[in-house]
Design a protein around this ligand. Structure first.
Ligand SMILES: C[S@@+](CC[C@H](N)C(=O)[O-])C[C@H]1O[C@@H](n2cnc3c(N)ncnc32)[C@H](O)[C@@H]1O
Length: 359
């Protein structure tokens, strides 16, 4: 099987090798539907044909790592919190023993996993769930799952079962409203509370039906009416926003002059965080008001920040519907030192407090 890859300056072709066939053979037909989102754009930004060290913070099915390793002078350090991704990573470890390393870790620990002098050419985040996680009925991410109410990506403190069945009703409503941007949050939390008082809510199918029951006229919705509630609970259980905020800070510390930071996000809260990060630590940073004296600026850390995110082209969206909501932002690190992470943390303190409240 031949793949074609369009890079900035030339068209590169490659052939799938025996190991990759094996990697695909270990996946079920559902799993092989995995398409790395916006891969061509990412490769043209990071130019792996010129070699370099890359950090793939969200290894997943290994789509990005594998594509980068196709280029002989590259090295990839990959991270994923999900222990099930190890089976894909192991194939790359065998194939590229000197050029690939995998860490089952959370990317909030980025600056603890790697030494300061690693000098990566690019650090890449492809946020959210992989198609493997979504398709795995045992994980509880899908509305139809009848297994344990889990929704854990890996290395979690508690599961969705704990949150749904034990969290204070008011707190639950706040999570659903803020992290799911769900206007009917209170009604949904009340309904969940009513059901769990009779008996614990055990699986995702049950939870989806309860939320559907709470939403008025749920037949008029194009998506499952439980979509926003599921998003909120999943974000909370995995502390996804805390992870993102700390991950971006870690990446900015680790990158040196010329290093590129790339983030692909899939919902508005994530994109808002990424956009704010780049604005705050770049020349795009605005003065809060034109009537105020210009504040002494935090030194900028990033250059060449794109103002509008890149999106997937129509061809990709047709092939992979998940890419429809992808937003890619990137920027290039300069040589200034990073001393001001609290300015960024403070901006999103509400997410920190919400995700880190005790259950
Ligand atoms: C969208 S998938 C990545 C797909 C990958 N780019 C590919 O081409 O196969 C996201 C992956 O990131 C992982 N992940 C999400 N949050 C993480 C975190 N905070 N730390 C480490 N891994 C994380 C998930 O477990 C999932 O496997």
């Amino acid at each position: 099987m031949k793949y074609q890859l369009f890079c900035e300056d030339k068209k590169i072709k490659w052939t799938i090798t025996t190991e990759e066939k094996f990697m695909n053979a270990t996946m079920s037909s559902e799993e092989t539907k995995h398409h790395p989102v916006m891969l061509n754009q990412i490769l043209s930004i990071i130019s792996p044909q010129h070699g370099g060290t890359f950090i793939d913070c969200t290894f997943g099915g290994g789509g990005y790592s594998q594509a980068i390793l196709k280029f002989p002078k590259t090295k990839v350090f990959a991270i994923d919190r999900d222990k099930l991704t190890k089976k894909y990573a192991n194939h790359l470890v065998k194939k590229f023993p000197n050029r690939f390393n995998f860490f089952q870790e959370k990317f909030s620990n980025l600056d603890k996993i790697f030494q300061e002098n690693l000098n990566p050419k690019a650090i890449i985040f492809d946020l959210g769930l992989s198609s493997f996680q979504l398709a795995d009925k045992n994980r509880g991410f899908s509305f139809k799952s009848k297994d344990f109410l889990n929704m854990e990506m890996g290395i979690n403190e508690y599961s969705t079962y704990d949150v749904i069945n034990t969290l204070d009703k008011e707190y639950l409503a706040t999570i659903i409203r803020v992290l799911g941007e769900e206007k009917d949050a209170r009604i949904i939390a009340n309904k969940i509370d009513k059901y769990r008082k009779k008996s614990p809510i055990k699986n995702s199918q049950e939870l989806a039906l309860i939320v559907n029951d709470a939403k008025k006229n749920f037949n008029k919705y194009k998506k499952n009416p439980a979509t926003k509630t599921f998003q909120a609970i999943r974000i909370f259980v995995n502390k996804e926003l805390t992870e993102l905020i700390l991950g971006l800070i870690g990446a900015a510390k680790l990158l040196s002059n010329g290093g590129i930071l790339i983030v692909v996000s899939f919902h508005s809260i994530e994109d808002k965080i990424v956009k704010n990060f780049f604005n705050l630590y770049s020349n795009l940073k605005k003065n809060p008001s034109r009537y105020l004296p210009i504040k002494e600026n935090i030194p900028s850390l990033f250059e060449k920040v794109i103002k509008k995110p890149l999106i997937a082209d129509l061809q990709e969206v047709k092939k992979n519907i998940r890419s429809r909501s992808a937003k890619l932002r990137y920027a290039t690190r300069n040589s200034n030192s990073f001393f001001y992470p609290n300015d960024f943390k403070k901006k999103f303190i509400n997410f920190f407090e919400l995700e880190n409240g005790r259950i």
